[in-house]
Design a protein around this ligand. Structure first.
Ligand SMILES: [Mn+2]
Length: 238
């Protein structure tokens, strides 16, 4: 029971080499694994499962291929929190709650997008609560695709402007929030993304693997029975 993990691809139609790299991963790497975990922010924005753009179609069909090779699990990030059940069934994947405990080769692993641990950023947490509320999501999905695309565009610009003025430590995880989540889930390994700070950290509560964002290179974590074999790999796009 081996597992492959990725997150924070931030795919959109402006960066074809990243889409190509994702497709190569699905066709060449995913078949060697039993399960494939995508821990959020796979796309730069997801405006709803009814998105009929060429990019959304291509993205769905890549995931469909992945689900023929391995069991595919997706967590919502802060860009793709509108992935819904019709997206999941069209792609043959399962959407997991954030966080979730999963079993890989007898090991209990806590998986999360990671943003819920950034508790020092109060403004962000307030926004997160709003975007994840069913009432807000229903209202958003009731609007036309064009309206949703315009809203998403405005949000990205605002987030860029706000984050430029934020101290970087505020945007990282809070150590206490991580320790508490691991204690509660009774695990000694946590895998998450979101912060774009790829690393394997070791602390009293156990190991925390942070996946990287696909910016200058792609990142993936390969995991099987032996914790010493966990491999966080950076790979080129060509
Ligand atoms: Mn994120």
């Amino acid at each position: 029971m081996s597992a492959l993990f990725i997150s924070d691809l931030h795919l959109d139609d402006t960066c074809p080499e990243r889409i190509d790299a994702f497709e190569r991963l699905v066709d060449e790497v995913v078949p060697s694994f039993d399960s494939f975990f995508l821990l959020g922010d796979l796309v730069e924005v997801w405006v709803g499962d009814d998105d009929d753009s060429a990019f959304a179609d291509r993205f769905r069909s890549t995931l469909m291929r992945a689900s023929q090779h391995a069991e595919v699990f997706v967590l919502h990030g802060n860009r793709d929190f509108l992935f819904g059940e019709s997206f999941a069934s069209a792609c043959g994947l399962t959407i997991l709650q954030d966080p979730s405990t999963v079993t890989i080769d007898g090991r209990s692993i806590l998986v999360a997008h990671g943003d819920a641990f950034c508790t020092d950023d109060h403004e962000y947490q307030a926004m997160r609560g709003m975007f994840r509320s069913p009432a807000w999501q229903d209202d958003m999905l009731g609007r036309s695709l064009d309206e949703r695309r315009a809203f998403a565009q405005g949000l990205r610009e605002r987030s860029r402007a706000v984050n430029e003025n934020k101290a970087t430590n505020i945007m990282d995880v809070n150590a206490g929030a991580v320790a508490e989540a691991m204690r509660e889930a009774e695990v000694s390994t946590l895998v998450h993304g979101h912060t774009h700070r790829p690393a394997i950290h070791r602390a009293d509560e156990g190991k925390r693997v942070v996946l990287g964002d696909w910016h200058r290179c792609g990142w993936r974590l390969e995991m099987s029975a032996d914790p010493d074999d966990d491999r966080l790999i950076c790979f080129g796009f060509d």
